[in-house]
Design a protein around this ligand. Structure first.
Ligand SMILES: Nc1ncnc2c1ncn2[C@@H]1O[C@H](COP(=O)(O)OP(=O)(O)OP(=O)(O)O)[C@@H](O)[C@H]1O
Ligand SMILES: [Mg+2]
Length: 253
């Protein structure tokens, strides 16, 4: 199975590569002097515009891997390239700016700020970027339209929306700054089937617009919405399987 991943590495042009990991390790040192290898030498390449699902049992390194790709944490060893940039060369400030411009994040728990309005939540990445207010509002409305949201949500608090609506707001926040890459960790983990389907429709639309998507999931019917499924076990990529559309959430009644 590893061979499938290797052959892709050889065939892809550098300019087509959105994400590249070279021999990435994440080793946690425990208090007792022992070490835990959460990622144990991961190399992979994800092309621009790909839609990839990462599957694997609980505790086997999915979130750790996504955090490496998302530059939320640095590897113990190995390199992460985003858009051809060797991110190990960036200092913490450059890394934050790069992350803000290139990557959008979606989490299982939505991670919205409940004391702020929907508008304030979505515009947050733009505030950090220093974009003026009038432009921000225009961009927020644009993002809200892309995810099929309603303008009436803008001045509500996240808790006044359903779980599925809150996750759509979180996706709007992820895409408002127009990042090329969207990273999602169990985006439907808290949602029922109908809401999960709406989220998967939204991801599909974003992928058709050219966004690269990497999504961690436990669920086969969610993974089968992607174009490629990577399997992780014990912190290692164990192989790759082809998604089966007939078994995706779009086809399950
Ligand atoms: N900060 C940390 N210190 C020590 N060990 C950690 C730390 N973060 C994660 N781990 C360990 O690394 C392993 C991988 O964790 P990770 O969160 O990546 O798993 P996961 O595949 O996302 O699991 P789940 O499906 O339950 O979300 C786990 O055994 C976890 O306990
Ligand atoms: Mg996890």
């Amino acid at each position: 199975m590893g061979l499938v991943v290797e052959s892709r590495l050889d065939n892809m042009e550098v300019k087509d590569v959105a994400i590249k990991l070279v021999d990435v390790y994440k080793i946690y040192r425990m208090g007792d002097g022992l070490e835990f290898r959460a990622l144990n030498g991961i190399s992979l390449e994800i092309g621009r515009g790909e839609y990839v699902a990462i599957m694997g049992p609980s505790g086997h390194g999915k979130t750790t891997l996504l955090n490496m790709i998302g530059l939320l944490d640095r590897p113990t060893r190995g390199k992460v390239f985003i858009d051809g940039v060797d991110t190990s060369k960036l200092d913490d400030e450059e890394l934050s700016r790069f992350r803000n411009e290139k990557l959008g994040f979606v989490f299982q728990q939505y991670n919205l700020i409940n004391r702020m309005t929907v508008l304030e939540n979505i515009e947050l990445p733009l505030v950090i970027r220093g974009i003026p207010r009038s432009e921000r509002v225009r961009m927020v409305i644009d993002a809200l339209e892309k995810i099929g949201g309603d303008r009436s949500w803008l001045y509500k608090r996240p808790t006044q929306l359903s779980g599925g609506q809150q996750q759509r707001v979180a996706i709007a926040r992820a895409i408002v700054g127009d990042p090329d890459i969207i990273l999602a960790d169990e985006p439907t983990g808290n949602l029922d089937t109908a809401s999960s389907r709406v989220i998967m429709e939204t991801f599909q639309r974003l992928n058709e617009m050219g966004k690269t998507i990497v999504m961690v999931t436990h669920a086969h019917d969610i993974a089968n919405c992607a174009n490629r499924i990577l399997l992780i076990r014990d912190g290692v990529i164990k192989g790759e399987i082809k998604p089966d559309r007939s078994k995706s959430i779009f086809n399950i009644v």
